[in-house]
Design a protein. Structure first.
Ligand code: ADE
Length: 236
């Protein structure tokens, strides 16, 4: 997968060199390219923002640098999926991450301030697949951190990126029960007793059927507690 990012803070993406994603890039599974929006400005001050039409607080990112920067990338690949992190987008889910993990090329537009001039998204969506995506119902100072979250959620689903592919299979099996997405069960490792707290006996029993049952029950209990999901009708 190729991932392009455009931002006025290219240094925000240093963590992409670390851990699984850094290794995936070294292994040739990913190619990540970071573009500085200011390289596409047209004035000596390298201006990227201006006051909003209609008044109001804050600044809006100018259309011209975004238009020129995205043109340069899209020209080489009109099939690219453009993702605009924004609190007013569709909230990221595991299903969306799974769908995006099959793409060949993603381009993230990381805006700041009060966002990007809306004409940039109108212009792009007439030419390419453009998605406005939020990582949750809260407001960040810019799209960079949100793009990092999305990239991690998406790229770990690409075959070969996770060290242990079995974790993904396990995850997808344990996540859904009775059409409900469940949270993961609690995990434990050695030693068997730590600060007086013992690992549940069932996990050291070697009985895989009982272990699976216990984990499923824990996942349901956790989900009900955290999400306050009502049990299906007719359930005891
Ligand atoms: N930019 C600012 N807040 C955001 C959020 N919650 N999700 C995605 N991008 C954002």
């Amino acid at each position: 997968m190729k991932i392009d990012l455009i931002s006025i803070f290219p240094d925000y993406f240093a963590p992409l060199k670390l851990s699984l994603i850094g290794k995936a890039e070294q292994d040739g599974l990913l190619k990540i390219e970071i573009h500085d929006l200011r390289d596409f400005t047209s004035d000596v001050h390298r201006t990227v923002d201006d006051t909003p039409y209609g008044g109001g607080a804050g600044m809006v990112m100018k259309a011209q640098p975004w238009g020129d920067a995205t043109d340069a990338i899209i020209e080489n690949d009109p099939q690219v999926i453009v993702i605009v992190p924004t609190p007013s987008g569709q909230v990221l889910t595991q299903e969306i991450a799974e769908q995006l993990s099959t793409a060949d090329h993603l381009l993230f537009l990381c805006g700041r301030y009060e966002g990007i001039d809306a004409r940039v998204m109108t212009d792009l969506s007439a030419r390419v697949d453009l998605r406005e995506v939020s990582i949750g119902d809260y407001v960040l100072a810019g799209g960079e951190v949100a793009a990092l979250v999305m990239i991690e959620a998406i790229t770990r689903l690409i075959p070969g990126v996770l060290g242990n592919a079995a974790s993904l299979i396990e995850e997808s099996h344990s996540l859904v029960q009775d059409n409900q997405t469940l949270l993961e069960y609690p995990n434990f490792t050695k030693p068997p007793v730590w600060r007086g707290l013992q690992v549940p006996d069932v996990l050291t029993s070697g009985n895989h059927g009982e272990i699976a049952k216990w984990r499923a029950a824990q996942a349901v209990a956790r989900t009900e507690k955290i999400k306050q999901v009502k049990p299906p009708e007719g359930a005891q």
